[in-house]
Design a protein around this ligand. Structure first.
Ligand code: F6R
Length: 243
């Protein structure tokens, strides 16, 4: 079941998303996290809450959705770096508690180990953004609904969307990533998807009102028992039903 919340703008998306995640900031909880611009405002709220209320991350585990293949950990655009800069470095979470898939070495073997770790520590809430082509994680259109953590080729559209981060470095967007699969994401007990901006409107329409089909990976969430989708008006502008 998908619960939908449409709010004015990015800031409101971030604040509402924080209200959902706050319930999970407790010892023993396992958070599934995402990179990209969509969750940054939520991460700011989490940092503010940690600073103001002392929310403790000593006994919270995190698992990130994905990582580019071939980038050194300390690369400016690795998701490992992104997560440390935007969240982990500011909430006093022990390094041993955070997990980001490794895109180095034997990546297939890393993916299998990652899936096994998630099975050992089931994710209580998985945070997601959505690609303009409907991807979640790096599960591009056509990815099997049965997929577990795996290595995938990035589509031209995703590489174009992410070129804004690599262009200033004079580098190309990597061609592959290691990502949780769609079946991995579906194992999470709850899913929180955030999106903003007009370029997400088509994907959001497909997610909420389209057929459940592998051509729109996010549509699998219609089969999940507990999903919250929080979007701004721009991302919701193509929706026909009322929410
Ligand atoms: C990030 C991820 C991607 C992004 C999506 C949206 O870990 O897996 O699916 O959530 O590409 O990216 P932004 O938020 O930058 O628009």
């Amino acid at each position: 079941m998908i619960k939908v919340l449409i709010v004015d703008d990015y800031e409101a998306v971030s604040k509402e998303a924080f209200k959902v995640i706050k319930e999970f900031l407790k010892p023993g909880k396992v958070l599934g996290l995402a990179t990209g611009s969509s969750p940054v405002g939520l991460y700011r709220e989490m940092i503010k809450d940690h600073e103001e209320n002392g929310t403790d991350y000593q006994d919270i585990l995190t698992f990130n959705l994905d990582e580019y293949v071939g980038l050194p950990l300390n690369h400016q655009e690795s998701y490992y770096t992104f997560m440390h800069e935007n969240l982990f470095n500011h909430i006093a979470i022990p390094e041993a508690n955070v997990h980001v898939p490794s895109g180095l070495g034997d990546v297939e073997a890393n993916c299998q180990k990652y899936e096994a770790m998630i099975d050992e520590h089931p994710i209580d809430i998985q945070l997601l953004g959505i690609g303009s082509n409907g991807h979640i994680g790096f599960n591009e259109p056509g990815t099997s609904f049965e997929s577990l953590t795996h290595v995938t080729d990035l589509t031209a559209s995703t590489r174009k969307d992410n070129a804004r981060f690599f262009d200033p470095l004079g580098e190309e967007v990597p061609t592959q990533a290691c990502t949780m699969g769609l079946a991995t994401i579906m194992k999470a007990k709850k899913v929180l998807l955030v999106a903003n901006g007009e370029n997400k409107a088509q994907a959001i329409k497909g997610l909420l009102e389209g057929e459940v089909d592998e051509s729109l990976p996010a549509s699998i969430l219609q089969r999940h028992p507990d999903v919250v989708v929080i979007i701004d008006k721009a991302a919701g502008k193509l929706l026909e039903k009322s929410y």
